[in-house]
Design a protein around this ligand. Structure first.
Ligand code: PRX
Length: 567
């Protein structure tokens, strides 16, 4: 067999209609992701098959069949409808990775409303800007996160319903708050599914750019076609697989491949919601006999650091296929995984905006450690000359990763931000905002982002958002935020700060400022390092020269500083 195995065959004979046929979808018909992920699987005779194995803190374990998730989706959908939620209303899911998060996802989609999943570790400011931007009508959350919602509720007139999924009856609920317990509700056998069509909005994920507030990436129900086929072909999901996607559904991997892809294929999937430790992760794989594992480079590097010996304490022989996403997967991590698990992690490159895997080491294709692989069949991926925006034909030359639009799960817009959406396209190409080279066999080699966005442990952080949060601290006069190299997370957030008169730099203030950002935004966006400066470097027109600070952190050439403001 060639270096590419099945891949080239699939490229040659590719059509998205392959997925449409397998899903028995005809253009123009009703297409509802919630229904496809539960009702249809039951109709296919898998009602009793396990859909979800959940493990939480303290060893709590819950198991749901496809019929259970169908009923739960119906019950939640019915409840939302009963309080007046209608199609295209935005319903935010603000929960830890408890089963209600996954089940609500189906329920919201079944009634044609739009799911807005948000990472439960977000602080009140991160939550506020996203709820305000989407004009969200309802939020489903847990008691432990209620205090964050209460802090911002007065500024959110559109947020009519605050639904608490685990309400303790002895506590008083406030205005707009209501309890909803799945366990205590009568299961709803028949729910009228809202007749969503291919282009009906489904999921709204927020992602950060260099400037401005986070953008709401709008997806539609037709995304299912791409998420289904990539799950089948790239994640190689097969009927008897036990699958574990380690991503939180607050981020796109956790929905495209932590809900929609696997469940539309009728696959059993596992969720572990008890934090990270090498021991706990290996035990989870061993106990559940996980066969397919989709994770991220930061986690893999943390496992590498935990060492090879610990791997031998567990029986991980069930593992059949491994994949990774979210940040550069360094060659050492791939080589290490070959050594300890006997198989490589297959890198996959994609984005919130693309909705599905775009570039990948396809199963069967020779993995080149350090390379992201080749475009998924049916995807036209190139690198563009950064000045002419034309494809570079020479191998090994750095260009901008771009795709020809038209795949089913491409975003349909940024919520209320047509201009930013338009700026993502040029000469008929969608610009990913990343840089890469392509080698003589068509493999992509990631170079870096083409903007100032920080990718810390696979999570994008906007320097602008952190700088804005910092400015709200009483001691901060000015701030500039850049990425700092980190062994495990690849990049972490670093803040350069000038202080207002009367404040003295020191470790106490540093900690206070870090904590301030953690509470406002999240632990991910919290600066891991703070450096106090006399003056922030700026251009003569007053723009912060992040490039200069970035170069200093990374020990790189500073480049042209002719626009730097002088004293
Ligand atoms: O910079 C690329 C990086 O993550 C960005 C997309 O982030 P997000 O929209 O949050 O989605 C992450 C999960 C799909 C990309 O623009 N990225 C993603 N995958 C890779 C990657 N960088 C290097 N290698 C990858 N495999």
């Amino acid at each position: 067999m060639s270096n590419f195995g099945l891949y080239e065959d699939r490229v040659k004979n590719f059509s998205w209609s392959i997925a449409e046929e397998e899903l028995e979808y005809r253009q123009g018909n009703v297409l509802n992701i919630g229904w496809y992920c539960s009702d249809r699987i039951c109709l296919k005779g898998k009602a009793e098959k396990t859909a979800l194995i959940y493990e939480g803190f303290g060893g709590i374990r819950k198991v749901y069949s496809f019929n259970d998730i169908r009923l739960a989706g119906n019950t939640i959908g019915n409840f939302l409808r009963s309080i007046g939620i209608v199609n295209e209303d935005r319903v935010c899911l603000f929960m830890d990775r408890i089963p209600e998060l996954y089940l609500s996802f189906l329920g919201v989609l079944k009634i044609g409303a739009i799911v807005q999943p948000l990472f439960s570790a977000f602080g009140e400011e991160s939550l506020f800007v996203r709820l305000e931007n989407a004009q969200t009508r309802a939020i489903i959350t847990q008691s432990k996160h209620l205090s964050k919602v209460r802090k911002i509720i007065d500024k959110l007139p559109h947020l009519e319903f605050i639904i608490v999924a685990d309400h303790n009856k002895s506590k008083k609920l406030e205005n707009r708050e209501m309890a909803f317990s799945l366990q205590e509700s009568e299961p709803v056998e028949h729910l009228e599914i809202y007749p969503t069509k291919a282009e009906t909005p489904s999921v709204l994920h927020y992602t950060s750019g260099t400037t401005g507030l986070p953008k709401g990436v709008k997806h539609v129900h037709y995304s299912l076609i791409a998420q289904y086929l990539t799950s089948k072909w790239v994640l190689d999901l097969q009927d008897d697989d036990i699958y574990w996607c380690t991503a939180d559904p607050g981020w796109v991997t956790g929905t495209s491949y932590g809900i929609i892809g696997p469940w539309s294929l009728g696959i059993t999937q596992c969720v572990l919601d008890s934090g990270f430790s090498a021991q706990a992760w290996y035990k989870f794989i061993q106990d559940n006999k996980i066969t397919m594992w989709y994770s991220a480079p930061t986690a893999i590097r943390s496992l590498m650091r935990a060492g090879d010996e610990i791997v031998k304490e567990f029986n991980l022989s069930s593992l059949r296929h491994l994949a990774s996403v979210g940040e550069p997967l360094n060659s050492e991590a791939v080589i290490w995984s070959m050594k300890v698990f006997g198989k490589p992690f297959h890198d996959t490159f994609w984005q919130t905006e693309t909705g599905c895997i775009m570039i990948t080491n396809f199963p069967g294709m020779r993995v080149k450690p350090g390379s992201m692989g080749r475009p998924f069949p049916g995807i036209t991926g190139v690198v563009l000359d950064p000045k002419k925006y034309e494809p570079i034909t020479e191998t090994g030359k750095i260009g901008l990763i771009a795709f020809r639009p038209g795949w089913p799960s491409m975003m349909r817009g940024y919520w209320n931000n047509e201009e930013k959406y338009k700026n993502k396209f040029i000469n008929g190409w969608y610009l990913s905002g990343d840089r890469s080279t392509i080698d003589n066999e068509g493999y992509f080699w990631f170079i870096g982002r083409d903007d100032d966005v920080i990718n810390t442990g696979g999570h994008l952080v906007s320097p602008f958002e952190v700088e804005s949060a910092l400015l709200e601290h009483p001691a901060v006069a000015e701030s500039a935020v850049v990425a700092k190299p980190d062994e495990i997370n690849m990049e972490v957030v670093k803040a350069f700060i000038t202080l207002k008169p009367g404040f003295t730099p020191g470790p106490d203030l540093e900690l206070e400022i870090m904590n301030f950002v953690r509470k406002k935004l999240s632990s991910i966006a919290m600066p891991q390092a703070v450096e106090f400066m006399e003056k922030i470097p700026k251009t003569r027109s007053g723009k912060i020269m992040r490039r200069l600070l970035h170069a200093k952190e990374w020990g790189e050439e500073i480049g042209d500083i002719s626009t730097l403001e002088n004293d």
